[in-house]
Write a protein of this length. Structure first.
Lengths: 283, 183
């Protein structure tokens, strides 16, 4: 027992905590001994190897970064202009079936009506929870995937989104963010869900934030798990959902992000980017 | 990506990080595995711990010191707790409800030298999700924001967890003292 005669309450507690830590660690064998009996999995070694590589590259990149950013600013402006024009064209010009984008044309297979979608909200809840809670999927073992193609993003593990191709609009519903180029200083954005059909629909008020990295969409976990519930949206009505991204770790450097919502049985997403994505990095 | 890598911009920091990884990864895995009883989940905890560590390298001065070892143990244990919380959310709920029943916060009154032995035995019994908050706060002097960053919760929730931890601990100390009095 250590001397603690003149310790304040706080010091007493600290003392006790340290003593407990020491006691706990006294049962841990030496590192070498553990290493002899345990080998890390390939997945672990690979992920940590990549991480270490990124760490060593980071210092080399710092000098190049500004030049890189400026050089690509023009290129980025063109892409953004193209996206904006595409968005305007898509949403302003009325398509009879609501289908306009290339990706949507490819993957809008189901084409089920709003009434069908609203019929099975429970199944959809699972879908959106899986999309939103990637870590849970890994730890809980919903599917026996041995090594998901996870990668590191902003100091956290992110997993590929379950559904890579998510349409921006369905026959009876559209989703939009308040601005396709978001202000990175404002963590709050608005997602507008519009029911353009003739029957009421149901949507789940919990959304997945995804980032596109090397052509693959990854789900960014929220630090605080969002609560969600099924809400009805009348025909011909729209609703603005306020989404606070301050609970997500984002670097603002990726080209594209999207918010994915679950409407009935379908996932639907709205893409956006951040204004600083191709200009100066913050740090 | 640059945002967090920037925290390890200096080659010295990166070297330090690599050394810590080489020296302690097995130790950290062992600590996590004790808690999780699952080799693969323990690896996940180690990974998450190292990612979190990138943002808190300032807490490590001497790589080889016992304090560093303790800090790493706390970080990896908190990550293991986080994994457990995600796999068994109901357990946490039960724990929280139990803590809510602890009554007014009188822990300060119970933190006396006479109760020191009770305090130690109660801390050893205390749920890790509470204990790590105490450790971060009192042993490593971290702010709620810093703790929240490691635990993946908001500073406000760190505070909530801290007060629950206090109530839980005071309840345990009181029961322990009563038990010894009766005996």
């Amino acid at each position: 027992m250590k001397k603690h005669d003149t310790l304040s309450r706080e010091e007493l507690l600290r003392h006790a905590l340290e003593e407990c830590l020491e006691e706990d660690l006294s049962f841990v064998p030496p590192e070498r001994e553990i290493a002899r009996t345990h080998r890390f999995s390939e997945g672990f070694e690979r992920t940590m190897g990549e991480y270490m590589e990124e760490l060593s590259e980071a210092s080399q990149n710092t000098g190049v970064r500004k030049h890189f950013s400026r050089r690509y600013a023009g290129w980025a402006a063109c892409v953004l202009l193209f996206l904006l024009c595409g968005g305007l064209f898509y949403y302003v010009v009325p398509f009879p079936s609501g289908g306009g984008s290339v990706t949507e044309g490819i993957q809008n297979e189901s084409g089920s009506g709003a009434a069908d979608s609203a019929a099975a909200p429970e199944a959809s809840e699972e879908t959106v929870e899986e999309a939103a809670d990637t870590e849970g999927a890994d730890a809980g073992g919903g599917e026996p995937k041995e090594s998901p193609e996870k990668r590191i993003y902003c100091g956290q593990v992110v997993y590929p989104a379950r559904q890579q191709e998510v349409p921006g609009a369905l026959d009876y519903v559209t989703v939009l963010v308040n601005c396709p180029v978001q202000d990175k200083n404002s963590p709050v954005l608005f997602l507008t869900i519009g029911n353009t059909g003739e029957v009421d629909i149901e949507y789940f008020s919990r959304y997945a934030l995804e980032v596109r990295l090397d052509g693959v969409w990854y789900t960014i976990p929220f630090q605080e798990e969002m609560e969600g519930e099924w809400l009805a949206l009348e025909a011909g009505m729209a609703v603005d959902e306020e989404i606070d991204l301050s609970g997500c770790r984002i670097d603002y450097g990726a080209e594209q992000y999207r918010l994915v919502a679950c409407v009935g049985e379908e996932l639907i997403g709205a893409e956006f980017t951040f204004e600083g994505a191709f200009t100066e990095e913050e740090k | 990506m640059f945002l967090f890598l920037a925290l390890l911009d200096s080659p010295e920091e990166q070297e330090k990080f690599t050394q810590i990884y080489d020296q302690y990864r097995h130790f950290m895995w062992y600590v996590a595995n004790q808690k999780l009883q699952d080799e693969h989940l323990a690896e996940d905890a180690v990974q998450e711990a190292f990612f979190a560590l990138t943002r808190h390298m300032d807490k490590i001065e001497d790589i080889h010191s016992p304090r560093t070892k303790k800090f790493l143990a706390t970080v990896v244990r908190s990550k293991a707790v986080d994994i457990l919380r995600k796999t068994k959310p109901t357990e946490e709920l039960k724990e929280d409800l139990a803590a809510e029943e602890g009554g007014a916060d009188i822990l300060d009154r119970l933190l006396t030298e006479d109760n020191y032995n009770y305090l130690v035995s109660c801390i050893l019994e205390l749920d890790d999700s509470y204990r790590v908050v105490f450790e971060y706060k009192y042993v490593y002097h971290m702010s709620d924001g810093q703790i929240g960053d490691i635990l993946g919760i908001t500073a406000k929730n760190v505070n909530v967890r801290y007060f629950r931890a206090r109530k839980k601990l005071q309840e345990m100390i009181r029961k322990e003292a009563e038990r010894f009095e009766k005996a």
